[in-house]
Design a protein around this ligand. Structure first.
Ligand code: NIG
Ligand code: FE
Length: 402
């Protein structure tokens, strides 16, 4: 048995609603984990007595704040190639849609990514996943979507799965996203809905599609979701990102796990998502980088929806691995309080991935947590772009200390 003890926690943000108002703070706290599972989280005075020989590892937090590891529930981590040219072109006045229409955008990343070997994809993704872990992300969802053809899509999923078995990486959850940039191949959707979903079944937990003008229609996305559901894949939707295209209503209709982006969603769309129990995932980095309406964090909460915040880490709309930055942006752009942002980035992310064993620091959950470089948890959002992470504990194991 491995036993980890954290003592001297000034503010323990449990993100457990049973601990009072968000983020469920316990002061002068300690955490005990056995074989990677939290067995005690509470006031240090109540820490069970442990014989010295039983402790495998001990962290003295020296008054620092501790929060749950981030659950980044929406990323496109696996890609090759470079889109800095798109970024510069947009800064000079080009639009995301204009770049895509002239063969750039997602299609250009797909050309570079589909030509890569699995080893090249793994190496590129590993570097980004390592940067995520260093910034406190302990679980990351990874989508395919730059393959735009059967073999390359499966290669992307296999590359993500190679990280899944690496104990020094955040825990990886995979999503099959065959409908991203529009394919020029007329039979592409037929192929995806037959061979694609069958081959994705053992490789992915979720399916996703870009429901948008110039990408895929509501009917095309729905066709994919029905085919994927027959293979046990749970549904996520890129919805209402660039225009109000119907993705949110589709998500509500098919009982999706999450609808993501949602900048153009109306209040009634958000209420429909809330009523259907669909998690709303905001991606404030992409919203900031592309311009347009703000991410609807406040509006989603007011509609009664459950909310997650994620990076969307990708080469086109948000090249960032940083969840702390997303917290800051959620407060600045999406109208969330810092506490709401922290809960959305942890417990909210876990809900958006249907993972009930993480996202909060409480008995029986995985011991995934972050010791901050600060005594005040709020600094994780307040210190914009700051070096806020001191230590990361992944499944009860210290993976980054200083
Ligand atoms: O979530 N909206 C579509 N997909 C990504 C962008 C991917 C890209 O531009 O490469 C997103 O923003
Ligand atoms: Fe995305």
């Amino acid at each position: 048995m491995t036993t980890l003890v954290l003592r001297g926690i000034g503010e323990l943000c449990t993100c457990d609603p049973r601990r009072g108002p968000p983020p469920g703070v316990v002061r002068n706290a300690a955490v005990l984990a056995e074989d990677g599972i939290v067995t005690f989280a509470g006031p240090e005075a109540g820490l069970p007595r442990i014989a010295a020989g039983e402790v495998t590892d001990e962290i003295d937090c020296a008054g620092a704040a501790v929060i749950p590891g981030f659950v980044d529930a929406h990323t496109h981590l696996v890609w090759l190639g470079d889109r800095s040219g798109d970024y510069a072109a947009r800064a000079a006045g080009a639009t995301y849609e204009g770049i895509a229409a002239s063969g750039g955008g997602i299609a250009s990343t797909a050309r570079a990514t589909s030509g890569g070997t699995e080893e090249e994809l793994v190496a590129a993704a590993r570097q980004r996943a390592r940067a995520m872990l260093a910034q406190g992300t302990t679980t990351v969802e990874v989508k395919s979507g730059y393959g735009l053809g059967h073999d390359a899509e499966m290669r992307m999923l296999d590359a993500a799965r190679a990280l899944q078995v690496d104990p020094d990486m955040p825990d990886v959850v995979t999503t099959y996203m065959p409908l991203h940039a529009r394919s020029a191949e007329p039979a592409y959707i037929d192929d995806v809905c037959t061979r694609g979903v069958a081959a994705a079944e053992p490789r992915a937990r979720f399916v996703d599609a870009f429901c948008e003008r110039g990408a895929y229609s509501v009917a095309e996305c729905q066709r994919l979701f029905v085919a994927a559901a027959a293979h046990g894949l749970r549904v996520k939707v890129h919805a209402e990102q660039r225009s109000r295209s119907g993705g949110a209503r589709l998500a509500a209709r098919v009982g999706a796990v999450s609808a993501d982006h949602l900048e153009h969603a109306s209040d009634s769309d958000l209420r429909a998502l809330a009523a259907a129990g669909v998690n709303c995932v905001i991606l404030p980095g992409a919203a900031l980088m592309l311009g347009g309406p703000p991410p609807p964090g406040r509006r989603a909460l007011d509609a009664g929806a459950r909310l997650a915040v994620a990076t969307d880490c990708n080469p086109g709309t948000c090249y960032s691995e940083s969840m702390p930055l997303m917290l800051s942006l959620s407060v600045a752009l999406a109208g969330l309080t810092p506490a709401e942002a922290l809960v959305a980035a942890t417990a909210g992310g876990a809900h958006a991935l249907e993972m009930r064993d993480r996202g909060a620091i409480s008995e029986g959950r995985r011991c995934d947590l972050v010791v901050l470089n600060s005594r005040a948890w709020i600094d994780v959002a307040y210190h914009l772009g700051g070096d806020v992470v001191r230590d990361v504990v992944l499944g009860g194991r210290l993976v980054r200390g200083r």
